[in-house]
Design a protein around this ligand. Structure first.
Ligand code: 1GP
Length: 249
């Protein structure tokens, strides 16, 4: 697909919010990546993200991307945790800077090392500020994060504002894969107030009630990974999509 950003903006105009399904190439869980992606598409997901902070096997990742790409029409977007997450065959990449990392590698160095392959593989870069909330998750550990506590929405908001001033068109508020707590609606609302771009929220979302609260607070898209990876039902996914699409904000 050409112009994934345009597709996402157009889809967002039509629906109140979108669902992205995250597939970790190293953990197919209860189903194969292809089956999960097909089911996700069938039940209303707008994009498939492939990656994760502990997915480092480029060969498996490239194979997974290729398989998924061959079985769905919705865009396949890389969600790299490192330079190893840049592989051929996807439509786009969340070209992210982990803004609240204490290690410059995750803010700009991995990006410099990864950029030539983004160009070489013809991946559409979606300029994204990746902001980690809370602690104790894999991404928090791997990304050397100076965390933002869940009850400090103002801190997330100023990072998002700086992302906007830096020209990033996407912000991803991340509680971490399988997080016990999701990003609070209060924090989403504080970020929404200042950030005008496309707001993605993920980590620990497992039901339609939480998804609805986050969308009402201003998220443009939510991400669900662990729930599906652990065999959660696609009926719930369909319910979540129906719920978030019908909220007008
Ligand atoms: C993780 O935000 C994504 O990077 C999705 O989180 O796995 O908790 O759904 P879950």
């Amino acid at each position: 697909m050409k112009n994934v950003e345009g597709y996402l903006q157009a889809a967002r105009k039509e629906k109140s919010a979108l669902l992205f399904v995250l597939i970790d190439s190293e953990n197919d869980g209860e189903g194969s990546a292809t089956t999960l992606a097909r089911e996700a598409e069938k039940n209303g997901a707008s994009a498939i993200l492939v990656g994760g902070s502990s997915a480092t096997d480029q060969i498996t990742m490239a194979e997974t991307v290729k398989k998924i790409k061959g079985s769905v029409k919705i865009p396949v977007v890389l969600f790299p945790g490192n330079v190893t997450g840049v592989v051929p065959g996807a439509d786009a990449i969340l070209f992210s800077s982990l803004l609240n990392s204490e290690n410059p590698y995750f803010i700009s160095q991995a990006q410099a090392l990864g950029a030539p392959n983004v160009l070489k593989f013809g991946l559409e870069p979606l300029p994204t500020a990746y902001i980690i909330i809370g602690e104790g998750t894999t991404v928090w550990h791997v990304g050397s994060v100076r965390t933002i506590p869940f009850d400090k929405p103002g801190l997330a908001a100023i990072y998002a504002l700086s992302a906007q001033f830096l020209g990033m068109r996407f912000v991803y508020l991340e509680a971490g894969s399988g997080a016990k707590s999701n990003v609070t609606p209060e924090m989403v609302a504080a970020v929404r107030k200042l950030f005008k771009g496309f707001l993605i929220v993920g980590g620990g979302i497992r039901n339609k009630e939480t998804a609805a609260e986050i969308v009402k607070a201003g998220a443009d898209a939510i991400v669900i990974g662990t729930f599906i990876e652990k065999g959660g039902s696609f009926k719930t996914i369909a319910d979540i999509v129906k719920t978030i699409e019908s909220i007008r904000n």
